[in-house]
Design a protein around this ligand. Structure first.
Ligand SMILES: [Mn+2]
Length: 251
């Protein structure tokens, strides 16, 4: 596994605290991208080029953000390279607001679909804070979903649905820490209650680990250091468990 630090932010100033959380999570990166967060156009190109190069090599890559806007160029590189690619997104928010020219962390997923990625190749897990216009887009987009309630009330069926989704093609996982319940992950910009607990997430990630060498990469985003130290420490320790799980996936 290769670990890449992607200190990209594009959250209209509200996600600056996510820039360097990777330094608290990982002691050594295989690569650190040098990004000027004031130049969004260049930031997107640099992230795309780096992701494109990593996907060329047959090794699992984990990109550590940053906010969720980094997943836009990474996912574009992924879908450009892998025609049959499937992306699993863990997020409390669907990130489907109408996109800006340089998509922010609130609309990166919609930008991807509007630019031609097939919604049916995306599975969104845990979304529970959905704006009206996002709901409309979601319904028309073909994006598949698994909700927290589905997992809680019929775990076996939810795991089957996930397993079926990733049963063929290359797989990429985008993981926004706010998919966890707001009591578990507090150091993030927009925590949402009624989210997953750790065991539920580990069950879902366990299914993803079954795909082995078809799993090409993952990202981990939206831990925000601009919160009380205690909350940051707790959130980092939860994020570390997710990273450890990624790490075990292709061994
Ligand atoms: Mn997100």
């Amino acid at each position: 596994m290769k670990l890449v630090k992607v200190p990209g932010v594009n959250g209209l100033g509200k996600t600056k605290g996510t820039r360097d959380f990777g330094d608290l999570l990982v002691s050594k990166f295989d690569k650190v991208l040098e990004l000027d967060n004031g130049n969004l156009e260049e930031q997107i190109i640099k992230i795309y080029d780096a992701a494109d190069e990593f996907f060329y090599h047959d090794e699992m890559i984990v990109f550590i953000g940053g906010d969720h806007s980094i997943s836009y160029p990474i996912a574009r590189a992924f879908f450009d390279k892998f025609e049959n690619g499937k992306m699993v997104v863990f997020d409390a928010h669907p990130d489907l607001m109408p996109p800006m020219k340089e998509p922010t962390h609130e609309e990166w997923l919609r930008a991807l679909v509007e630019q031609g990625v097939n919604g049916e190749d995306i599975l969104l897990i845990g979304a529970r804070k959905i704006e009206k216009e996002e709901g409309k887009f979601l319904a028309l987009s073909g994006i598949k979903t698994i909700t927290v309630d589905e997992v809680r009330y019929d775990l076996a069926r939810s795991l089957r649905k996930l397993r079926e989704f990733i049963s063929q093609g290359e797989v990429y996982v985008s993981f926004d820490v706010d998919v966890f319940d707001a009591r578990i992950v507090k150091a993030t910009g927009y925590p949402v209650k009624e989210g997953f607990d750790e065991e539920e997430i580990m069950n879902l990630l366990g299914v993803i680990s079954e795909v082995k060498e078809r799993l090409k990469g993952a990202d981990l985003v939206e831990v925000n250091l601009d919160f009380p130290k205690k909350h940051v420490a707790e959130t980092i320790s939860v994020a570390k468990k997710v990273l450890d799980k990624f790490e075990g996936m292709r061994k």
